[in-house]
Design a protein around this ligand. Structure first.
Ligand code: NAD
Length: 291
């Protein structure tokens, strides 16, 4: 029998992966009063993430968007987890680890031993098939894509991607729940890149090809698209924000699934990733950043 999930305003939220997305997603739920459990296999990264969440809550307090009681309450709502056992009480777990299929499926297989029966599991994958990932989870009917955008605390859109056997009550419940944390959900069928990345990543790839060919500098390409196409930021700066490793992985998945040669990741993008230039998170990509 299908047990109706209980995702309410008191839901305990598990977040696995404490990189850029994990931190932003944590902030969304903290600001809506949810207790969050957050894990990363890299304990230094987990410590950095906790520190950064504390600083962000403190900044919100200084700006007057949180009062002193809320700040203390939200800080107490953060539980750093060094072990997946600690996720046993979570009502909703969102996976936000690196965009690597085998790493994600191996995590799901280990996590299955610790999820409670009513827990809904979601992936924040940018490009992998939800149907393929579902083969590795404990309860496929309680599994779906919940795709936040970067920076997650700021961007209003969330793509909701059920697969064929996601229970309709789960999709309905999650779609409704996402609105309670101030986001706008759009539902999309399970298809490569969903909506935004299917449209955005080909543009980013073409921008890197233009740069590689020497047609224009990175500055010129981004200026052209901000002033000429009215984009809020240029495609190369956006690629740096997403992370060049993540862009490469999404493009590789899109290319593999479509066989469309225009989606083949450019050699310049591959070169940047091979050299550790990952964009904002590493301090350098197409542009330089202070960390
Ligand atoms: P990131 O590189 O900033 O963070 C990934 C984190 O996952 C790292 O801290 C790493 O230590 C951790 N990790 C790796 N393997 C792990 C494991 N087995 N268990 C626990 N933690 C593990 O990446 P990100 O930009 O935060 O992206 C995370 C996910 O969100 C990816 O699937 C990505 O495609 C997706 N996403 C990214 C963006 C974006 O703009 N960056 C937007 C939407 C979705």
């Amino acid at each position: 029998m299908f047990l109706m999930p209980e995702i309410t305003s008191k839901a305990m939220i598990g977040i696995i992966g404490s990189g850029q997305m994990g931190q932003g997603i944590a902030e969304v739920f903290l600001h809506n009063g949810h207790p969050i459990f957050i894990h990363d296999t890299d304990s230094n990264q987990l410590n950095t993430a906790i520190d950064s969440l504390h600083k962000r809550l403190h900044r919100a307090y200084e700006k007057g968007t949180l009062d002193a009681n809320q700040k203390i309450h939200f800080l107490n709502n953060i539980t750093p987890c060094h072990n997946l056992v600690q996720f046993a009480s979570c009502d909703l777990i969102i996976e936000a680890i690196i965009e690597d299929f085998d790493t994600k499926t191996s995590l799901f297989e280990r996590l299955g031993k610790h999820q409670k029966n009513t827990c809904i599991l979601a992936t924040n994958t940018s490009s992998f098939s939800i149907t393929s990932l579902a083969k590795h989870v404990k309860s496929p009917e309680r599994f779906l894509g919940i795709h936040f955008f970067n920076p997650a605390h700021h961007m209003p859109l969330v793509e909701i991607i059920p697969h064929q056997t996601t229970h309709p009550d789960v999709t309905r419940n999650i779609t409704q729940f996402i609105t309670t944390v101030g986001k706008t959900p759009v539902t999309c069928q399970d298809s490569p890149g969903f909506i935004v990345n299917r449209l955005l990543l080909p543009l980013i790839n073409q921008a890197t090809i233009l740069l590689e060919s020497g047609t224009a500098t990175a500055d010129a390409i981004d200026t052209a698209m901000t002033l000429g196409a009215n984009f809020p930021m240029g495609p190369l700066a956006l690629a740096d924000l997403i992370g060049l490793d993540t862009c490469l992985s999404i493009l590789a998945t899109l290319h593999e699934s479509s066989n469309d040669s225009s989606l083949k990741p450019s050699s310049l993008l591959k070169q940047y990733v091979a050299n550790g230039k990952l964009g904002r998170k590493s301090g350098e990509g197409f542009f330089r950043y202070s960390l």
